[in-house]
Design a protein around this ligand. Structure first.
Ligand code: ADP
Length: 459
């Protein structure tokens, strides 16, 4: 990060100073909420239980602490800044810090595909510029400021992912980032328990436009049921760029050619020009994520060959569509990071285009679906029964629902396991081999990645 004065922190957070207030002319060279990551010159932001670690932060080198309440610390040279809510104060500080960098930003939200889209957009823009992007999925009111604090003078662009569970969250984040381009990938049912309905989810995602710079652009997928009409409704408020496979749009997607698990090729026509692209990941939904990046590339005048390279060369964050082979020769697709109903559908659909292998699904519970959870798991069972899969292993409490509906619609082999540690035994029983492809998908909380690590070693 660029050094900032303690007095700037006081001013940006509207905080009250205590301790050795003459230190406000000192510089902060690092900001963290983790006392273990404090080094000499750090500002430690105590969030909730973090107040118990202030002494540790100071021992590790923090010279300034942003806190909500008085904490006794054996070092009188530390400057304490008091504020009512350290999370809000951190957002304000990030807004100030962002204002020190006159560089463009892209903000990405949506029910699924945020992280993938962020990675592809950063790859395309990274062909020409030095880009700072959200690491992993640091996409909430703590992760976004922490990403912003990583801005350095040599960064030329910012690509930020924004997640949310409740109304008002995206609005706060976009106010910090002030993007030139905003992307809404799609409107699904993730976090519906807090937002009531798909209309509620759309409204919450549209908060991303509240912080768009004037002359900024919103990129949307016209094929999304909820986003399709937005292009007409909102075009007087800001510039909108649409893309579609099915209907007229600014960017028209054509000739999508799926090459099994290896990847996809497709063409995009814009303003009479057609270009061809290649993605080295499976999943047709990845085309939508890539088109967002193509539109961003054009917006920032990136050379078309560089856009093509950026699409071809991007790598996804861990546990997302990771493809590897087991010792037995079986192909594995590990997509076990997130699992909303929409993400489940997209992922399972990847297997549609594979015809020369026994197809095995290993699925874990989808979390955060509220009262609708049992129903949505049942619907998932019904959906899978319409697919050509050979064996399904359902795992977890909620997946009982999917298992029972699947069984009533399909006669194919299926199992229900209570515990994730039974998965490898079950795979042994079905004797996985080189003619198999196994797709893992579950909510992160199901800890599938630990099972996958075990399977990698064993099988
Ligand atoms: P997020 O960051 O929004 O959770 P990710 O990019 O991590 O999304 O993708 C999570 C899962 O969502 C993917 O593994 C895939 O199954 C699905 N997915 C990704 N992109 C899309 C998309 N554009 N439309 C629908 N589903 C998608």
């Amino acid at each position: 990060m660029r050094d900032i004065l303690i007095s700037d922190v006081v001013c940006a957070t509207n905080g009250k100073v205590d301790g050795n207030s003459s230190n406000t002319d000192d510089y902060i060279s690092n900001i963290t909420t983790n006392s273990k990551e404090c080094i000499k010159g750090s500002l430690f932001i105590a969030i909730r239980g973090g107040h118990n670690f202030v002494q540790e932060a100071v021992d590790n080198g923090a010279i300034c602490c942003l806190v909500e309440k008085k904490v006794d610390v054996a070092d009188e040279n530390v400057t304490f800044i008091y504020t009512e809510d350290t999370v809000e104060a951190m957002l304000s500080l990030a807004t100030f810090y962002r204002s020190l960098f006159n560089i463009p930003a892209v903000a990405i939200t949506g029910s699924s595909g945020k992280t993938s889209t962020k990675d592809i957009v950063a790859s395309v823009l990274g062909e020409q510029y030095n880009v700072l992007k959200t690491e992993g999925n640091f996409n909430n009111e703590i992760g976004v400021p922490m990403t912003i604090f990583n801005l350095r003078s040599d960064h030329e662009m910012l690509v930020i992912e924004m997640g949310m569970n409740h109304f008002g969250e995206i609005e706060k984040l976009v106010d910090v980032v002030k993007p030139d381009v905003a992307i809404i990938t799609n409107i699904g049912v993730a976090h519906i328990e807090h937002l009531g309905s798909k209309e509620g989810i759309l409204k919450a995602k549209l908060e991303i436009t509240s912080g768009l710079k004037s002359k900024g652009t919103l990129i949307i997928n016209k094929d999304d049921e909820m986003l399709g009409n937005i292009a007409n409704e909102k075009k007087s408020e800001f510039e909108i760029m649409t893309f579609s496979k099915k209907s007229v749009a600014d960017y028209k997607v054509k000739n999508v050619n799926i090459k099994g698990v290896e990847g996809i090729t497709f063409d995009v026509e814009n303003n009479g020009d057609t270009n061809s692209y290649q993605i080295n990941y499976p999943g047709e939904f990845m085309v939508s994520n890539a088109v967002c990046a193509i539109i961003c590339g054009d917006y920032f005048d990136i050379d078309q060959n560089k856009i093509i390279d950026g699409i071809k060369n991007f790598t996804l964050s861990k546990n997302r569509l990771e493809r590897f082979y087991l010792k037995t020769g079986a192909t594995v697709i590990n997509d076990a990071y997130n699992a909303s109903p929409d993400a489940m559908h997209s992922s399972i659909t990847i297997l549609d285009d594979i015809n020369d292998k026994r197809k095995i699904l290993v699925l874990g519970d989808m979390f955060e679906l509220g009262e609708e959870s049992a129903f949505m798991h049942k619907e998932l069972g019904k959906f899978i029964a319409t697919k050509k899969v050979d064996i399904v292993i359902f795992c977890g409490e909620m997946m009982k629902n999917a298992y029972s509906t699947y069984n009533s619609y399909s006669e194919n082999q299926a199992y229900h396991l209570e515990n994730i540690w039974e998965i490898s035994h079950c795979l042994e029983e079905i004797d996985i081999n080189k003619n198999d492809i196994i797709l893992f998908k579950a909510s992160n909380g199901m800890k599938f990645k630990e099972v996958i690590n075990e399977i990698k070693v064993k099988m």
